[in-house]
Each structure stands twice: as C-alpha cells, then as structure tokens.
Design a protein around this ligand. Structure first.
Ligand SMILES: *Cc1c(COP(=O)(O)O)cnc(C)c1O
Length: 399
C-alpha cells in the first residue's frame, strides 16, 4: 500500500503586522489554525527539531531544561516542570500533596473531564461546584457552600481546589486564594486553556501556588503531540514534581524514593515549543484582536464572552451563547464555518461522575451554559476577511 502523500502547505506571504498569513485564498477556514500556524512558523520550528535528531537524546534531552527556563522567563514563575500532558500536570501535584482516598477535591462542573478525573485516579472524590454565569469560571460563593456542606456531612476531608481558566480567561484567584487559605486547602490552577493570559500585571503561571497547563496541539500554546507543564514558586514542590515525573526517582539514578509516574515530556515536543515560543506573545495579541472584531460584529446578535477589566484571555475558545444551538450550528456548517461545542454536558451529569454529583438541577448555571454555548473559529493567523465571513454567517444564522 502506498501511503497517501501529505498535502503541501503553501509558503505564506508576510502580513502587515509581522505575521505570515496563509494565502488570501487559503480555501479552508480552520477552527484552531494549526496548519496556518505551521505555515507561518515552520522555519523557526524545523532547526529545533533537527537539533534533537543531531544529539539523539530523545528523553530528557537539553530541550527540556531550555524549555523550562524559557517558560519561566515568559510567565514569571520561579519553577516550571515540563510533563507529558495537561492531565499528568494535574496528577503530579495532587500526588505531591498526598491527595488520596477520603479527600475531597473541589472542581467546577463546567470543564473538560481531566480536571475531575485526576481526583478519582488517586482515589479521592471530586466535588462539583457551579460556575459564574458571566466568566464561566468556578463561583467562589458556591465553592464556600460546597466546602461547608462537605464539612457538615463529615464523610470527606476538604483537601484541594482545582480552578479552571475556562476558554482562556483566568479565574478569580484573589477570591479563591482567600477561601483556600481560610479553609486550609491547596489551590491548583488548571490553566490548560489560559497559558499566555494574565490577571492585572500577573501572568498565568503565577496566579495560584501551583498552576498546570497543556500543550495539546489545539491549545493556545500547543506542540505536535501531547505535552504539559506545572508552574510553582515553591522549590520543594518543584523538586517533588521532578521526582514524580520520573517514577519517583531520588537524586541517584534507580533510587526509588516514592511512587511516581512516567510523565516526561519528549525532547521533540519541547523542541517544537522552543520553536513556537518566540511568536507566542504576538499570537496572544492577534487572538485578542480577533476577539475584539468578533465582539464588535456580534455583540448585538448573541451573548459574547465576558471581558473583565484588567484580564487578558488567550481565547482558547471564543464561545458565544445562542438559543437553538443545533439550528445555528447546522446553518453555520452549511456556510462553511466550523464550530464546536465545549462542553455539551457538565461533568456532574456525565455517566463517569454521576455518583459524585447531586444530579440534574443541582448546578443550574453549568447545566444552562452547556445547552447554549457555541465556539467559533479562533486563531492568531485568521485574516480579517475570514473573521468577517464568520461574523456575517453568525448574524444570518441567528436572524
Ligand atoms: C486540555 C485540558 C486538560 C488536559 O490536557 P491534556 O494535555 O489533553 O491532558 C485539562 N484541563 C482542561 C481544562 C483542558 O482544557
């Protein structure tokens, strides 16, 4: 059997604001722009990959430390630990904190499954919390209610909170840190969607004592496979994470100090990220310009995303709220506009977690949002004409 040849990617002309954009008649409107980004950045990525083949250290090669340093320089965290995925980035700190059976881990219900899954993987119990209607992030007041409820029930020990920066918008870490401190809980920020964002003058990676992210290809900063990282200012936590990342190893090879994971990031994926990172700040700015354009073009027709003062989102998704979502999606598909639904059901109603939630009606905001949310194409390399095509199609689809 002859393998199917990959479609050639045209070299892109340079755009006025310094970005290489795909040719004006790039036929396909991409949802996350993975191919358009490759066309723009391949000359930066290729030598980084070639270097890995030259030295041959595919596991824990020099790219890992170089990436960790570059990520720290980017976000201002003291320590970064590169790991194999955004999911392992959550498992490792929970292991480091000793989270296990009998412990309650508070998570928003409106999130990707990984946020809740990691508690159960360690034998702990996820406790689902509702989100704020506007930000879509964990509601600090509802968090307080659930902590009080768990204490009153007495079956579980409140241990940790995992906040999620949904769609790229940082959660309310000031409120969450105050509650966590008062209640003696560890606070983890699941920034799988928000690395590159900020709250005031503090960047994601420094907003919580421990922050995790994902480099899944479609995330704002993605590699070409699975990857992730954990950020902290606490050197002891970082040392534990580095041990857990490699089977709980001690300072001497094959000294096994604790039970760990194989959670290493590949050198090749670190090389991809090193090639992409210099463009990332500009990409976040471009994503924000696209969000501005969508806001201006759609604000009169649909509910556009909340933009709290002083926060910068990375727009992992640009998600509007519509009625008759299925009809709107179908009309957009007909017009050649790809869309996605993140997420069709809140976690507390998913079969895997039903035993850990209070059922339908218990978290009304998460439930209502899952019925109305619709994500539009979003990436740094989208041209204005394409954005206007999306805007016109949405206007027509909701009319
Ligand atoms: C993508 C994602 C994860 C998991 O990341 P992976 O790299 O796919 O393991 C965790 N939490 C959230 C909120 C995510 O969006």
């Amino acid at each position: 059997m002859t393998p199917k040849a990959a479609a050639p990617i045209e070299t892109a002309p340079e755009h006025a604001d310094g970005f290489f954009l795909p040719d004006a008649d790039f036929p396909e409107l991409e949802f996350a722009g993975i191919r358009a980004q490759y066309a723009a950045l391949k000359d930066a990525i290729a030598p980084c990959i070639a270097e890995v083949f030259r030295h041959g250290r595919f596991i824990m090669g020099p790219e890992i430390e170089a990436l960790e340093e570059a990520l720290c320089a980017f976000c201002g965290a003291r320590e970064a630990v590169a790991v194999s995925s955004g999911t392992d980035a959550l498992v490792a700190p929970l292991m480091a904190l000793g989270v296990g059976p009998g412990d309650a881990v508070f998570v928003p219900s409106f999130t990707f499954t990984a946020t809740a899954e990691v508690a159960l993987l360690l034998g702990a119990s996820p406790v689902f919390v509702d989100v704020e209607e506007r930000s879509f992030n964990i509601d600090p007041d509802d968090l307080r209610r659930h902590i009080a409820q768990v204490r009153a029930d007495g079956a579980l020990t409140p241990k940790a909170v995992i906040a999620v920066d949904l769609f790229g918008l940082p959660a309310d870490y000031e409120a969450l840190a105050a509650i966590s401190e008062e209640e003696g809980l560890s606070l983890i920020g699941d920034a799988a969607q928000s690395f590159g964002g900020r709250r005031g003058n503090r960047k994601v990676g420094t907003l919580a004592p421990v922050t995790t992210t994902s480099f899944y290809p479609a995330k704002p900063l993605g590699c070409y496979g699975d990857g992730g990282a954990v950020f902290t200012d606490d050197p002891e936590m970082a040392e534990l994470l580095r041990s857990i990342r490699v089977h709980g190893q001690g300072s001497v090879q094959y000294a096994v100090e604790r039970v760990g994971l194989n959670a290493r990031l590949d050198s090749l994926q670190a090389a991809v990220l090193l090639g992409k990172l210099p463009a990332f700040e500009g990409e976040v700015a471009a994503r924000n310009r696209l969000a501005d354009r969508y806001d201006a073009g759609l604000g009169d027709a649909v509910v556009t995303p909340f933009r709290p003062d002083g926060c910068v989102s990375t727009w992992a998704q640009y998600s509007i709220l519509v009625d008759d979502r299925d009809g709107v999606r179908a009309r957009l598909a007909e017009a050649g506009i790809p869309t996605a639904v993140y997420y069709p059901a809140p976690m507390h109603l998913q079969p895997a977690y039903r035993d850990h939630g209070a059922g339908e009606g218990s978290l009304p905001v998460s439930e209502a949002l899952c019925g109305r949310v619709l994500s539009l194409p979003m990436h740094a390399y989208m041209q204005d004409e394409s954005a206007d095509r999306v805007i016109d199609a949405v206007q027509a689809a909701v009319a």
